[in-house]
Design a protein around this ligand. Structure first.
Ligand code: ADP
Length: 504
């Protein structure tokens, strides 16, 4: 039951059914239209033929008044006229034509009295005298259909003719059987009745086959997707190079897997990095505690071991705090608390806080700031961003170097720049420095030996992005590095203009 429901809901079945329905409607529509046109043509042909026969009949049939005596004997009860058919009786064609005309024929005088009538006409029923009178009065041709007791349909054309001498009106009707036309129509109907199911069956089979073929790549996509798991994300669907929608689907799918693969890779790398970062201080703490427990003898030795352990615990909690904050930031749980601040004052404060460490490292720290720069930002996050950039700049700038901070308010953006004359970053590492835990290897020789967490720039990037901005880096190894944070101008608040005092 379940399989059947699945089958009828399948795309292949629905496409074929839709296609078959459309095909059936088209076939029925064309068949009905064609039948209607055929019936119309047969009918107008019959009308034309009867019109021609009517004209011919008028040439052959003549009506004369008969002498009183003759009439009294021969033509009771329709006095006093007699109909004669005048034609070349030796000519077989004319003989046949008149014979045909008289096969379905009636002639009646103005009173409705039947002067001549063929057997067939009698069998299909003659008209009432009142109908004859009405036809004579109107003088217009009358068309009608009659059916014989044997079921043969007849088309009748009736009208008025006049006798040669006195111009008295007479009612004449001629007809012809329509069974040939009916037969043609029936044959056509039966032919189509047989052809429609046959072509429908062929159409369904063809539709089933074509949709099956068209859906093969879709099934391939589905099967590949099923085989893909966290461990074999390198699987790709081979492109068909047909340039159609399915190729586009395959391309999109492959790109999605590519992105998934890179995200999985990042997650794996992240887990490795976190375990590595946490393992180092934990091993150190363990070592120091063991020293304290087994080898320390004096109170100073205990104190040293405890102090070192405390430092490592502090580093551990720093890592955990930073990770927690970063994951909150990236999952959108850390909302910005924007307020209207003077960005120039914020930057000045942070730079002042770094003056003492800069002097300690013998690095010159300067700032180029405008008098004021109003903006709507999250002050705490902007301070954190600047602190990270400045501490990096001081850390990677050897003694005697310089660090300069600049703030610029441009019409379309605000730029915060931190530039140092430190050891710089080799080009191949630049795309990775914003990744979590990424540290440029072999930089120990430059600046401070204190190892960082590799999380500071991830924060910088997130804070800039959360404000709708971005971070750019330019660095030349051995010469220095410049980080430029661009915030959109809409974070800037236009200065409130003082109202101009008007003169009295
Ligand atoms: P860390 O805590 O290690 O400083 P960050 O994420 O702040 O972590 O920086 C990542 C890495 O980028 C640093 O370890 C360092 O290798 C490199 N880096 C950052 N800023 C600078 C700079 N101003 N000069 C040279 N290298 C830098």
């Amino acid at each position: 039951m379940r399989a059947r429901r699945h089958f009828t809901r399948s795309l292949r079945f629905r496409l074929t059914a839709g296609y078959a329905l459309l095909f059936a409607l088209l076939l029925l529509g064309t068949a009905a239209l064609f039948r209607e046109r055929l019936a119309y043509t047969l009918n107008s042909e019959a009308h034309d033929l009867l019109d021609q026969e009517w004209v011919a009949m008028k040439g052959y049939l003549h009506i004369d008044k008969v002498p009183a005596r003759l009439h009294a004997i021969e033509h009771e009860p329709c006095p006093p006229y007699k109909a004669t058919w005048e034609y070349d009786k030796v000519d077989p064609d004319e003989d046949f034509a008149v014979e045909r005309l008289r096969r379905v024929y009636v002639l009646r005088d103005a009173t409705g009295c039947v002067m001549e009538v063929s057997t067939i006409y009698q069998s299909i029923g003659t008209e009432q005298p009142s109908q004859v009178e009405a036809a004579i009065r109107s003088g217009q041709p009358v068309w009608k259909r009659r059916v014989s007791p044997h079921g043969i349909p007849y088309l009748i054309r009736a009208g008025v003719i006049f006798d040669d001498k006195h111009h008295s009106p007479f009612y004449v009707a001629v007809g012809r059987p329509m069974d040939e036309g009916e037969k043609i129509l029936n044959r056509y109907t039966w032919m189509y009745a047989g052809l429609i199911p046959l072509s429908l069956l062929c159409g369904c089979l063809l539709g089933w086959f074509l949709t099956g073929r068209a859906l093969v790549p879709v099934m391939e996509v589905a099967e590949t997707a099923q085989r893909i798991s966290g461990s074999n994300l390198s699987l790709r669907i081979p492109p068909r190079s047909a340039g159609d929608e399915l190729d586009y689907l395959i391309l999109t799918f492959n790109r999605m897997i590519e992105r998934l693969e890179s995200s999985f890779q990042q997650i794996r790398q992240f887990s490795t990095d976190v375990s590595h970062e946490l393992r180092t201080p934990i091993t150190a703490i363990r070592g120091q505690l063991e020293v304290a427990l087994f080898t320390a003898k004096t109170i100073d030795q205990y104190r040293d071991a405890t102090l070192n352990s405390l430092q490592d615990v502090e580093r551990l909690s720093q890592i955990v705090r930073a990770l927690l904050l970063l994951s909150q930031a990236e999952s959108g749980q850390l909302a910005l608390q924007k307020t209207r601040v003077d960005l120039a004052a914020v930057v000045r404060d942070v730079v002042e806080q770094f003056q003492i460490p800069a002097e300690g490292a013998h690095v010159g720290l300067s700032a180029g700031l405008p008098a004021e720069c109003p903006a709507e930002v999250d002050r705490v996050q902007i301070e954190r961003m600047l602190s990270n950039l400045l501490s990096n700049a001081l850390k990677f700038t050897p003694a005697g170097g310089r660090v300069h901070v600049a703030l610029r308010s441009l019409p379309e953006a605000i730029e915060i720049e931190v530039e140092d004359t430190g050891c710089g970053i080799p080009e191949e590492h630049i795309p990775h420095i914003f990744e979590r835990f990424y540290r440029v290897p072999a930089q120990e020789t430059c600046g401070s030996p204190e190892p960082g967490l590799g999380l500071g720039l991830s924060f910088v990037a997130w804070i800039a992005k959360a404000h709708g901005g971005r971070v750019r880096v330019r660095s030349t190894p051995g010469q220095g590095t410049r980080f430029t944070v661009t915030l959109p101008a809409r974070v800037a608040v236009p200065p409130v203009l003082e109202p101009v005092p008007t003169e009295a």
